[in-house]
Structure formats: structure tokens, C-alpha cells
Design a protein around this ligand. Structure first.
Ligand SMILES: [Fe+2]
Length: 258
């Protein structure tokens, strides 16, 4: 069974469209799931949610979705410095002011977790657990440098066993590791990568008799559309530059074409 997993779209409609087109060219993808953070930082929250709804793509609640959906005081994002904190608050308040009641209701109704059983629920076999950030909280940053014990603790909390997979996003930096026969897959981000590569990212996860295969795909998209829409909007201009640099300093980034 092959699944396409898309996470952290963050209202970047051109990136989502490019990823969906790329998935359409993949062979034998049985289903697409999103791992949350549909909105925030870019100017198309309603359009992004509408597209997800129209295509009936199931998925889980990211921290941005659940905080916007429940009128929480902030987005549950981590800030490294006062400037980041200010920008984060600007994005959150912009998003809350611009989402429709329908979008808000949809975000509030997203489930925390989805389990996939590729062999069917009537038979034993591997399980794929989909969450936004971790099995306990959708705000926890599960980065690649977490040690094996942390991964195994998360697996235990999720009820995952040898042969299972836990897939998540949230950090916007893709990684895959196997610990104790359990696969931990961070899918990276469709609409706001932070690994120095501006292109939209997603994962094709294959679960079958040969075990678990993880394919990372990066897709060029019409980033100039997103950049100019951000600059035209009253979102902070810094969000446009962030996308062009893939969330890194210029010296450490594969910068997008202008
Ligand atoms: Fe995110």
C-alpha cells in the first residue's frame, strides 16, 4: 500500500497545488493524508482548506489548526528570539482575522490522530500512526537529534510495535529513522520548509510485505506567486524571504529563483 503524506502546508496554495500535481503523477498511491498545519504564515488559509475539503483529503489537527479552531491565545509555536515571537503573533492574529467561520469550524473538527492498517482491521499487520508532532501533543518538536529512548517512549505512548510506523511533521525538516523495528518518519513541509531547500516537500510511504519504504519528494512550485501575494498582503514581508531561503540563512540555503 502506498500513501502520500503531506504536512505543514501553511496556507501556501501554489505549493499545495504543485504537490497534488506531483502526487497525481505517482504510480499506485492509494490515498493522500495531511498531517496538519493547513493555515498560518501565507495568505490563502480559506482556499487551502477548501481544496483539502473538495478533494476529501483526511488528516489530523496541527497546532495551528487546533489553536485557531479553539481561539487559543497563541499558535503554540516555538520562538528562538523576540523578533520571531513578534512575527509569529502577527501571523496568528492575521490568520484569525481572515479565516471564514466555515474554515474555523473545519479546523476545530480535525482529529488528533489517524491510524492506518494497510492489511485491513480484520487482520494483523503493520500499523501507521499519523499525528502532527507527537502522539501526546501537537506542539512538541520531535527533531532528528532526539535519542532512541525518546523515540521508543513515543512509540510506547502511541501503542506502536515492531513493523509499525509513526509519521508526523511540525518541525518542517524531513528525517527518517528506524529504532527497534519501528519507523519514525518526519515528512517535512509542503508550504514552509526549514531545511534550506525552498521546494515543497512530501513523502510517499509504502507499507507491504517488503517492510516500510520511505520516499522523500521535493517539488518546484510557483513561489513567486506566494512571495508577491505575501508582499501585497499585510502579513510581515519577512515571511516571503523565509520561503525563498527555505527557512535558513542565505549562506546555507538553496535560494529560490526570483
Ligand atoms: Fe507547522
Amino acid at each position: 500500500m502506498r500513501y502520500a503524506l503531506i504536512s505543514d502546508i501553511h496556507a501556501n496554495q501554489p505549493a499545495l497545488e504543485a504537490v497534488l500535481a506531483s502526487i497525481g503523477r505517482q504510480a499506485d498511491v492509494a490515498a493522500i493524508y495531511h498531517l496538519g498545519d493547513l493555515v498560518g504564515y501565507a495568505p490563502w488559509p480559506n482556499e487551502t482548506v477548501k481544496l483539502i475539503q473538495e478533494l476529501a483529503i483526511p488528516g489530523v489537527a496541527g497546532n495551528y489548526d487546533s489553536t485557531v479552531g479553539t481561539d487559543y491565545k497563541h499558535c503554540g509555536c516555538r520562538y528562538e528570539d523576540p523578533l520571531q515571537e513578534e512575527l509569529s503573533h502577527a501571523s496568528y492574529s492575521w490568520t484569525r482575522r481572515h479565516i471564514s467561520p466555515e474554515t474555523k469550524a473545519f479546523l476545530a473538527g480535525l482529529p488528533f490522530r489517524i491510524d492506518l492498517l494497510p492489511n485491513g482491521g480484520h487482520a494483523g499487520g503493520p500499523r501507521v500512526v499519523l499525528v502532527h508532532a507527537s502522539p501526546t501533543l501537537n506542539t512538541l518538536y520531535w527533531t532528528e537529534d532526539r535519542d532512541d529512548d525518546f523515540c521508543l517512549k513515543m512509540a510506547q505512548l502511541a501503542g506502536a510495535k515492531r513493523g509499525d510506523t509513526i509519521a508526523f511533521g511540525h518541525t518542517h525538516i524531513p528525517w527518517h529513522r528506524e529504532v527497534g523495528g519501528i519507523h519514525f518518519v518526519n515528512t517535512g513541509s509542503v508550504g514552509r520548509p526549514k531545511d534550506g531547500d525552498w521546494r515543497a516537500g512530501y513523502v510517499v510511504l509504502e507499507v507491504g510485505s517488503g517492510g516500510v519504504q520511505v520516499e522523500y519528494v521535493r517539488v518546484e512550485y510557483a513561489i513567486t506567486r506566494t512571495v508577491s501575494a505575501i508582499l501585497r498582503s499585510d502579513l510581515p514581508d519577512a515571511f516571503a524571504e523565509f520561503l525563498r531561503l527555505g527557512g535558513r540563512m542565505p549562506s546555507d540555503a538553496d535560494v529560490s529563483p526570483t
